[in-house]
Design a protein around this ligand. Structure first.
Ligand code: 5GP
Length: 202
């Protein structure tokens, strides 16, 4: 029986290992399509236009806003980031789940627009571990590390706005948890009204 895909939003402060968890998930669950956001930030080494992001100039991004092409957008660390609308709606309608990896403000906006979406927040095992992970990258100066820690704390305070929380103490466990959440969501009676119709109950 055909069912629309789920819209899934995943957030978590930098240093939670969210990227690693989502890369594993991408390999394992081929029924999930990952939304590609538009951004005005510069590509990092190895990033490909149309795969990691659609890299835009400020003018191009502002035109996308004007033309109503983005379902949500934010200014984050002096750059624009936004989710293209058509892509997520086409994915869901084709029966695939669509996953957005976006920051907290965007996630809350998506929940308002799509109350049926499923939101998941990924946490590090502890604050000490978060600091250790950010420091161990060796790419950030001490003042940037402090900024990221502050931002992480701010974001974590909004955790109760999310439907689910996952502690990333082990990548495989975290990936399994996401799969359990999605499987349970698909079994919700509210998402299966057509089954009742098909057996003549409504
Ligand atoms: P980065 O520059 O490290 O790739 O991303 C910075 C932050 O922007 C991350 O928290 C990422 O999840 C978030 N982000 C990426 N795309 C979008 C988007 O389309 N909308 C929103 N609201 N946040 C996004």
């Amino acid at each position: 029986m055909f069912r629309e895909g789920l819209l899934v939003v995943v957030s978590g402060p930098s240093g939670t290992g969210k990227g690693t968890v989502l890369n594993y998930l991408r390999e394992r669950e081929k029924s999930i399509k990952f939304s590609v956001s538009a951004t005005t930030r510069q590509p990092r080494s190895g990033e490909v236009d149309g795969v990691n992001y659609f890299f835009k100039t400020n003018e191009e991004f502002e035109n996308m806003i004007k033309n109503g092409e983005l379902v949500e957008w934010v200014r984050y660390c002096d750059n624009y980031y936004g989710t293209p609308k058509k892509c997520i709606e086409d994915t869901i309608k084709s029966g695939y789940d669509c996953l957005l990896e976006i920051e907290v403000e965007g996630a809350l906006n998506i929940k308002k627009i799509y109350p049926d979406s499923v939101s998941i927040f990924i946490l590090p095992p502890s604050f000490e571990e978060l600091r250790r992970r950010i420091e161990s990258r060796g790419t950030e100066k001490p003042e940037v590390i402090e900024k990221r820690m502050e931002k992480a704390l701010k974001e974590m305070k909004l955790i109760d706005k999310y439907d689910y929380v996952i502690i990333n103490d082990e990548v495989e466990k975290a990936v399994n948890s996401i799969c359990y959440i999605l499987a349970s969501e698909k079994l919700k009676s509210s998402r299966n009204k057509n089954i009742l119709e098909s057996i003549g109950l409504c």
